[in-house]
Design a protein. Structure first.
Length: 309
């Protein structure tokens, strides 16, 4: 695999769970993916086109902390006429631990319409490809075609306001700020609409950010540590769209959960994105996975919809 970059974990990349937040892994891998595609002749430097991540899988293997040096390496898995799929992994350069792995599918889109367009004629036709290592692929999530038959109306009938300890399910709305959009009125790449046009989540007054800290039955601090995610982008939001995001758990185990969040445009009901993540209950004082406390599980079961997996 090709090595793309090395960089230290900075203090402002550490979230309230005490480790590097998942978004900063993706920032590093995004740079590597851009460099890989540019080496093949696919660039978003044109004034008319842009690179778009349409399907991103990530798996987190080992927590990383401030001061660690992380190395990004990877390579191309497959190449089509208008899409590319690549694998990347991040390792701790000090001890060679695998920190995280990623599979990213990218397309080139026309800025004015956000429709896919063919790669340039000078793109390398028979590039070297790699295979995804066994430890780098999914453990729990499936990477097949996403299920898109779930409607907003159906979800709103079944998903209730979550209990106080269940922060991963429920319904909320948010608007797309025109300031976060490009000259064609589409949300710019790399901007998360849930963060109000920012590229990272807003911090609390004390500067902390990331998942909330809960309390176990024994009085220990607990957080949900993300183990795997998959984000499928079906359509780009536009300026002044009101989006409705509805989340539910689709799988529950003793220590972990798989949550899915569907995002729709409110006035059309059109599904524009699906986000899955697998998280484990992490005792932040003992730094180990624990069984989900009964009180939290009861809250989760209110929005447990395994038939929609």
């Amino acid at each position: 695999m090709q090595i793309f970059n090395e960089s230290p974990v900075l203090a402002d990349e550490i979230d309230r769970l005490g480790h590097m937040n998942v978004q900063f892994y993706m920032t590093r891998v995004g740079r590597a993916n851009r460099e890989l595609l540019e080496s093949l002749g696919v660039s978003d430097q044109s004034a008319l086109t842009a690179l778009r991540h349409t399907d991103v899988f990530s798996r987190f293997h080992q927590e990383q902390f401030e001061g660690a040096t992380l190395r990004v390496s990877g390579g191309l898995i497959a190449l089509g006429t208008d899409w590319a799929r690549a694998y990347f992994e991040i390792r701790n350069a000090g001890n060679e631990q695998l920190a995280a792995s990623f599979i990213i599918e990218s397309t080139l889109v026309t800025l004015a319409t956000r429709e896919p367009c063919a790669f340039p004629a000078n793109v390398e036709q028979h590039p070297d490809v790699i295979e995804v290592p066994a430890q780098g692929g999914p453990r729990s999530l499936q990477l097949g075609a996403p299920r898109t038959d779930v409607t907003l109306a159906r979800l709103e009938e079944r998903v209730v306001d979550p209990g106080p300890t269940n922060t991963m399910s429920g319904r909320f709305e948010y608007g797309i700020d025109p300031e976060a959009c490009d000259e064609y009125g589409f949300l710019r790449e790399g901007v998360n609409p849930m963060f109000g046009g920012r590229r990272r989540p807003p911090a609390d007054e004390d500067g902390s950010f990331g998942p909330p800290i809960l309390t176990t039955n024994e009085g220990h601090r607990l957080g949900w540590a993300i183990m795997e995610t998959r984000s499928v982008s079906l359509q780009t939001p536009r300026a002044n769209d009101t989006l409705v995001s509805v989340g539910a758990d689709v799988a529950l185990a003793r220590k972990s959960r798989q949550s899915r969040r569907w995002t729709f445009v409110r006035h059309t009901g059109k599904l524009i994105g699906i986000h899955d993540h697998v998280a484990v209950a992490l005792d932040l004082d003992e730094r180990r996975a624990i069984e989900i406390p009964n009180s939290m599980r009861r809250d989760m079961e209110q929005n447990y919809l395994p038939d929609l997996a």
